[in-house]
Design a protein around this ligand. Sequence first.
Ligand SMILES: [Cu+2]
Length: 498
Amino acid sequence: MNRRHFLHWSSALALTPLLLRKSWAEGMADMPGMDHAAMAHGASASMPAADSLGLPHGLPLPSLSMLENHGAPGHFVGQLRAAPVSLPLLPGKPATTFWSYNGQIPGPAIVAWEGDEVSLQFANQLGQPSTIHWHGMPVPVGQDGNPHDPVLPGQTRDYRFSLPAASAASYWYHPHPHGHTAQQAYMGLAGVFVVKSRHDPLVHLPEQWLVLSDLKLDDQGQIATSSAADHHDGREGQFVLVNGGWQPEIALAEGERQRWRIWNASSARILKLALPAHEVDLVGTDGGLIGAPRRIDSVLLSPGERAEIVITGRFVPGQPSALQALPYNRGKAMGKEQTDILTLATIRQTGSKATAALPGTLRDIAALGNPAVKRVVNFSENMADPAAMFLINGKTFDMERVDFIGKVGQIEEWDIASQAHMDHPFHLHGTQFQVIARTDDGVWQTEPFLAWRDVVNIPAGETVRLRFVQQQPGLRMFHCHILEHEDAGMMAMLDVRP
Ligand SMILES: [Cu+2]
């Protein structure tokens, strides 16, 4: 399938056939504004190979540490401290310095219940401003860690919000300061936030939580600085980690059903996940359970996106038993596309078990009605202007500019297009949306099922139509979730008026 149409000829790059882009990228070092040193040192050729670094792999899946709750029943009260931490990573090498929440990579998992009041005290012990954004959660604007509300180095602040009914889902938290988001994320600042329901149809299944993140190390075993290719394409390192471990081992019995919550917490990787041999049913998306399980062969998870699946152990001799990332072409200009199958984790058989029931229905999701407002959002790239390369509706982000004015309770319909050579995953703050339709090779296809999402990949040349309602007033960000693109200006604001 060729879905790269280059509908919009706004950039010099768009005129360049795909196969010629590599030579274009090689010539880019001569363009004004490009960092020659970064090109030389940061090109993938100079990134030490994964196997040369000696990072241990194949260990049992690390479990996530849990954030301690100091609150009474019905309350979650906790503390998160962002600070540098040195962790022994490579045998025989100095410890690796990360930036972490509470000294943990990934940050501690927060588990709360629908209806809870949440109070989280954040202490910023980094040398630069930060915030905590509660990704996907319906929190008031003033508590959502917008770039407008920085927590300065040495400062603390309390984030307070309540978790409404029917908000159970797999969310996460990460920094969102103006211009520093990508660096703070790749240095290690991210954690998961699971909201549970007391009426969970899958409560009988054992759960595995898998946080997928990206790690790029230099030859000293320290977190590498970003290359020009990282800044342009979105950063990818040598390793995709699962809960901070490389290619860990997950135990599963023949016939056993497990519920897996999977987070793509990488800066830029678009992961086409597959579990060959095993039976896999999609049961949830960013905003929680879908209406009914859907048997799948793979699920595409773009940066920021989550999926809940139910895996049923089916071990087939001669077939790999692994969580894989299948090859995916996301239209990079400078870096190499993923052409190999990546093994993210192996799955080891531990006997056999009776197969637990998988309910035929999970929850009701009502379709949003006809929109009161329709808008168009175009992601584009302008290679001619290194200061404003990544654009939304032709503009680079401005903290002072409101791009759209909306209204509380109003149904909005947005057509979001990637008129660019790259895929750009769209993320909206403050609410979940429903995808209504998408183009495939330019042909509209109705979305086959209803789901609540807060990130959706917009493949190069394609358009995604979605609907949402904002239930709380204030300035909401929307942006590309390739964090380097967000920092470079691919972000805009919706002012939701009362
Ligand atoms: Cu992007």
